[in-house]
Structures are given as C-alpha cells and as structure tokens.
Design a protein around this ligand. Structure first.
Ligand code: SAH
Length: 351
C-alpha cells in the first residue's frame, strides 16, 4: 500500500485536498481492502486510482491461527519475495510483529530467519500494509492494534529510512494514529542505526538484542558481534540515553548451558549498571525451537537468573511466547524461497 503515491496521484490530477483526506481516512481508519471500497470517491476516480497505484503490494498466501489466538500470515511481494507478519493478543491488547526485510543478512545462530539469507529490504508501504492487514484482522473482534514491534523478519537498521518512514505512517495523527511509544524497533545492535534513531524527533522505543554479556558468548551466537562488539554496543546505548533520556530494552534469549548461568546474570547486571544505572529493562526470552542445536533454559535456571537481576536491581520481565504451535513465535519466522527468488532474478537479468 503506497498511500503517499496514491495521495500524490490525486494531487497531480488536481483533486481537492478533501479527496486526499477521504482516501487517507478510508485506508487507515475504515480499513477498506480495495480502491473500490473507498465509497466516498466516484466510480471513475476509484478506477483511475486502481489503474495508477495498485491497492495492495503484498499477496497473502497463507494464514494460520494458533490455539492462543495468534494469527500469522505469509505474504509475497509483487516481485516474489516472502515475508511473514504475526498478530498477537493479550486480553484487550493487540500487538503486531512486522517484518522489515524478506529474510535477513545477520545469520544469528539461534534464529530461523537468519538461515534464509537476505531477500531484499521492504519499503515503508510494504511494512505499513502488514499493519493494515493486522488492523483488519483485529477489527473482526472489534479491537484495535495497540502496539507494533519491528521484530519479524529482518534487521530494521539495515533498512533504516524505510523503517522510519513506516513509523511515521503508523504514527500519523490523520492516519492510523498509533502513539510513537507504542512502536518498538528491535536491532541486533547495528550501531549506526542506534545513533541515527537517537536524533529522530519521533519517540519510538528501542530494543537491543544482546543475548550475551561478553564478546565470547555473544560472538558465538551473533556474527554481527565481530563488527559491533559488546563494549561498542553499550557505548552506543549510552549515547542514545544521553540524547533521549529514554529507557532501552535489552533482549536476552536464555539458552541452556550457553548464557544462562548465575555468573552471566551477574556479568549482565554489572554491564548494564556500568553503562547507565536504571537505564535498561531486560526482556528475558524463552528460546523457541528452530531446528538449531540450542535448547531452552529450564525453569530452575530461569528462576535463578531472574533472582539475580532482581537482587542487582535490574528491571526485567520474562517474555511469554505466543504462537509456537504455528511457528509464529520469535525466531521461528522462515519461508523457503528467498535464495531461489534471488537466483531467478539474477538469471532473468543476465539473459
Ligand atoms: N533483527 C532484529 C529483529 C528481529 S528478531 C533483532 O535482532 O533484534 C526479534 C527478537 O527475537 C530478537 O531479540 C531475537 O534475538 C529473538 N529471537 C530470534 N530467534 C529466537 C528464537 N529461536 N527464540 C526466541 N527468540 C528469538
């Protein structure tokens, strides 16, 4: 959904400003599913839009529903790249987890998306369309989307401009109107993105996936640590804190025998205290199986780890996994076909 392109086309045809507002309202408030659904426009104008700006850029290929209410949809871009979007419910709240890329280049050892490789960046309209899909799903239950997390496929800061463009679209008071603080960007620690976000006027939340308190552990899990080691990521977090005064969320996946020992809980606490006392909230994440050799930490290890963070005065919570039965939980998003699609495109270009 390239809303700006549609509104730009109307302006180009000399349509008055209220027509543009009608389109924005129909798409983002009434959640129409086609240009034909914009009943405030004449049939001629609807047809003209239809011929100029396709209503949808993504084709939904499959939708799965979990026993816990999670809904996952698999989409394909117009040029054939797969992605997934997950809608979760917690009581009245609805959180949508959107993808910022088809696949991902970072290849974290525990993440299924990493094994796909990178297909391509999604543009702001393609990310926005995932929110619109989720908003239509939620509307079936009379609910609204309360939160957006950029924690689906991809590294958001490898696609910075489009991701921020999406955040502005979602936040637009004349559009869906989601509060900036209800939008969270999760990064594997891509420092240039953290530094740029610190200077943005829009106050979205920042989450940093750490998963290890030192380079040895983090480096064994996340190849990106070679480029941006723990100390440098922490310095970037400090700069971000100095600039914004906002709290940073640290994502910490608990893996049995890898990063879940009491020593590591203490090391993590010291690291965060040294960087910015009171500046962090740690989200402990239970590992979801992805076919890797890692195993989720057991309840005893999790209890010990939490107890240490508690004693050391580190704010934390344990993230409940949703949608595991449909492979919709964190790290489980993967679709075959990224490599195949890239190869097809290469062949087409060279022939
Ligand atoms: N690239 C971004 C956003 C995508 S991942 C990032 O790394 O933050 C969103 C979260 O899911 C990250 O914290 C990631 O580490 C976590 N995750 C990845 N694989 C997982 C798995 N198998 N089980 C649970 N969480 C996982």
């Amino acid at each position: 959904m390239q809303l700006d392109a549609a509104i730009g086309a109307l302006a180009g045809w000399g349509e008055p400003a209220y027509r543009r507002a009608q389109v924005r309202t129909a798409v983002t408030r009434d959640l129409v599913a086609s240009w034909d659904g914009v009943s405030t426009l004449s049939k001629t104008l609807r047809a003209r839009l239809q011929n100029t700006v396709p209503f949808a850029d993504l084709v939904s290929e499959d939708t799965q529903r979990s026993s816990d209410g999670t809904v996952k949809s698999r989409f394909r871009t117009h040029d054939g790249f797969p992605l997934e979007t997950v809608l979760m419910q917690h009581g009245e709240r609805r959180t949508v987890c959107v993808s910022s890329q088809s696949g991902c280049a970072l290849a974290c050892a525990f993440c299924a998306t990493g094994s796909m490789g990178l297909g391509r960046n999604l543009n702001a309209g393609e990310i926005f369309e995932q929110l619109l899909w989720a908003a239509r799903e939620a509307k079936k239950d009379g609910a609204r989307i309360s939160n957006v997390v950029l924690m689906g496929m991809g590294e958001p800061f490898h696609n910075y401009d489009e991701v921020l463009g999406f955040c502005r679209l979602a936040n637009d008071a004349d559009g869906y109107g989601l509060g900036a603080r209800s939008i969270a960007i999760s990064t594997a620690g891509w420092i240039p993105g953290i530094d740029r976000l610190a200077k943005e006027p829009i106050q979205v939340k920042l989450a940093v996936s750490l998963h290890g308190p030192n380079d040895e552990i983090r480096g064994s899990l996340m190849p990106v640590n070679r480029r941006y080691p723990v100390a440098e990521v922490m310095e970037a977090c400090q700069r971000y804190r100095d600039e914004t005064r906002r709290r940073i969320f640290i994502e910490y996946l608990l893996l049995e025998g890898v990063n879940d020992a009491p020593d590591q809980a203490n090391e993590l606490s010291s690291l965060l205290h040294r960087t910015a006392p009171g500046g962090f909230h740690v989200n402990l994440i239970v590992y979801n199986p992805t076919g890797s050799d890692y195993r989720a930490s057991g309840p005893d290890a999790i209890g010990l780890f939490k107890g240490i963070l508690e004693r050391r005065g580190i704010d934390h919570s344990l993230r409940q996994s949703r949608g595991r039965d449909i492979d919709a939980a964190c790290g489980q998003l993967t679709v075959r076909g990224v490599r195949e699609r890239r190869a097809e495109l290469r062949r087409a270009r060279s022939s």
